[in-house]
Design a binder for this molecule. Structure first.
Ligand code: SF4
Ligand code: SF4
Length: 483
């Protein structure tokens, strides 16, 4: 039997209206776009340089930009077509200018032609069989007798799969993950092969299935529809890191996911090392540092990484991408994006990286854009965008369409609410004050780089001060941009 540990919130947090209106919407595939714009830095670390030129024909999954630096990840074409431009784009997330490659789909063929992938045939076959069992099970298509025999079938498939993973070398796995351009899909986009290559002693892996920001449901859907891939990817990471324990962290508002992962861990016979942590649903539970504090009671040192305290955290989508990289040799060329907000038909869409935001909006419904704002990301951490041709990146997880409300920024009344709510115990009001006065250097003394940009301070501020916008500006200036 799998252990399910219940935990309450150890650090400060907000109870927000969940608004998970797309939670029961199965993932739909958005048609392959006619044009993609692929940013050459959509990961933490060094940007890539193009390895293709204008006019080159490219296949889906082909590397189009790469870097020889450790902190980087190759970038692949997400469609089949021709390189029609190599240009520069403002990235509102990182507040910088990055190179980008435009690829126009091949109109004559108008189909996906994949680059040759290094597939592990046996692993892929097992995965396909597990998919069939879990999909039918999910749809409740089995009788009680069938369920029993399918459970035995699944257990045998897991046995085989785990044997193959155990026999695959760590070096081979890390190389495949690197070649596939897998990065942290929870938003941080830290190159996954760097985490897997750590020389530090890792005792705990946390698989992050908390999706605490209101409206967003993409990870929930990934857990429900691709749970076996998430668990297989988690096991691969666990083996490579030689960790002792894996916690699958899921909030208690996703009972269906907790139930499914209990079943999966049980059938894979991983209960000795894999446990489920059921966490109170509060914001920002899913942020890496708050999650570690809540699950293990450990604190990541200022300026440090979770691996410094023996922990690696990977999002559920990342675990799935790791499994696809190792079993299929599949590069990270698509993502599940929730499109939601003040719309009638919210969705979870599987979207090619580089697809313009406009394509996703058009897949939902028509509305008067003048009355709405488009946020790339959730309501707490997202950025309002004005250019709807901006492309989906590996960091994106949501497009939120909200009716425009005009808020006027007032003066700080020193109420202290922002300080009281900050999960990192920072002084958010100071970030606004000193940024307004262009006194950026002093903000280092206030540990501005420990801010996880969760937006809790701005949410509670009665003066409607856009504190996170000030924080982002200050961080950009301090990191050298704009000098
Ligand atoms: S200062 Fe940063 S970490 Fe603290 S509440 Fe504001 S955004 Fe969140
Ligand atoms: S919550 Fe807003 S008004 Fe209150 S102290 Fe913080 S910045 Fe000032």
């Amino acid at each position: 039997m799998v252990t399910v540990i219940k935990k309450s919130f150890l650090v400060k947090g907000l109870k927000l209206p969940e608004n998970k209106i797309s939670a029961n919407k199965p993932i739909e595939k958005l048609p392959v776009p006619k044009k993609t714009l692929i940013l050459l830095q959509q990961h933490f670390g060094e940007p890539c340089t193009p390895v293709v030129a204008r006019g080159d024909k490219v296949k889906t999954g082909q590397i189009i930009a790469d870097s020889d630096k450790l902190f980087s990840a190759p970038v692949h074409s997400s469609i089949t077509g021709t390189v029609t431009n190599i240009t520069k784009v403002i990235n509102p997330f990182a507040n910088n200018i990055v190179d980008a490659i435009e690829i126009t789909a091949d109109e004559i063929k108008n189909e996906d032609e994949w680059a040759e992938l290094e597939t592990d045939k046996l692993m892929l076959e097992i995965s396909e069989n597990l998919k069939e069992i879990y999909f039918e099970n999910f749809k409740n298509n089995f009788s009680e007798t069938q369920k029993k025999s399918k459970k035995t079938e699944a257990e045998n498939l897991w046995k085989e799969l785990i044997k193959i993973i155990n026999e695959t070398s760590k070096e081979n796995i890390i190389q495949k993950v690197k070649d596939a351009g897998v990065v942290g899909l929870g938003g941080a986009t830290f190159p996954t092969h760097v985490k897997l290559s750590t020389k530090k002693n890792i005792d705990t892996l946390i698989i992050n299935g908390c999706e605490c920001e209101p409206f967003i449901t993409s990870d929930h859907r990934i857990m429900m529809e691709h749970g076996w891939q998430v668990l297989a990817g988690a096991y691969i990471i666990f083996k490579v890191l030689s960790a002792k324990t894996t916690f699958v962290a899921i909030e208690d508002n996703k009972e269906d996911a907790i139930k499914l992962f209990s079943q999966l861990i049980d059938e894979a016979n991983l209960g000795m090392n894999f446990k489920i942590i059921s966490l109170k649903s509060k914001y920002p539970m899913g942020a890496e540092k708050t999650l570690i504090k809540n699950v293990l009671g450990r604190k990541v040192p200022v300026g440090g990484l979770p691996m410094d305290i023996g922990v690696v955290v990977n999002n559920v989508g990342t675990a799935k991408a790791v499994f696809e990289a190792v079993s299929e040799g599949k590069p990270l060329i698509e993502k599940v994006i929730t499109i939601t907000g003040d719309i009638k038909d919210p969705k979870n869409l599987l979207v090619r990286i580089g697809t313009p935001v406009n394509d996703l909006i058009n897949a939902c419904e028509k509305f008067d854009m003048n009355n709405f704002k488009i946020v790339l990301g959730g309501p707490m951490m997202g950025n309002v965008i004005s250019d709807l041709n901006f492309p989906i990146t590996k960091a994106a997880n949501c497009i939120l369409i909200k009716k425009t409300k005009r808020l006027t920024e007032g003066n700080c009344i020193r109420c202290g609410r922002c300080v009281n709510i900050c999960p990192m115990n920072l002084m958010p009001l100071m970030y606004a004050v000193y940024t307004k006065n262009s006194k950026f250097e002093i903000l280092r003394e206030y540990n501005i780089n420990s801010c996880i940009e969760c937006g809790s301070c701005a949410y509670v501020c009665p003066a409607s001060i856009p504190i996170v916008a000030y924080i982002k500006t200050a961080k950009s200036v301090l990191s050298g941009y704009g000098k």
